[in-house]
Design a protein. Structure first.
Length: 87
């Protein structure tokens, strides 16, 4: 039988977060109710997507990342927003 994977200890998680640090800003794309749809690949409800998003945002904050919420707007406007945020 193969190795079992379990939750990381807080110490090991802290070490991994320190050793494998990514860019300090996390660009968050919250679920957008007006365009949200389910299909064969995305089977969670909008409410489930909101809950998952909230948990992920809390996790990023706990890990010391800066959250930048990308507004709901046209794709080209989102690109401009992100490019300005990293400049």
């Amino acid at each position: 039988m193969g190795n079992q994977v379990g939750a990381l200890s807080p110490e090991l998680a802290k070490r991994y977060l320190s050793d494998y640090r990514y860019f300090h800003k996390v660009f968050a794309f919250p679920p957008w109710k007006e365009i949200y749809a389910t299909d064969a690949e995305r089977d969670q409800t909008y409410q489930d997507a909101v809950r998952v998003h909230e948990v992920l945002m809390d996790w990023y904050l706990q890990c010391g990342y800066e959250l930048v919420e990308v507004p709901a707007m046209r794709v080209d406007e989102r690109c401009t927003f992100i490019m300005e945020a990293v400049a």
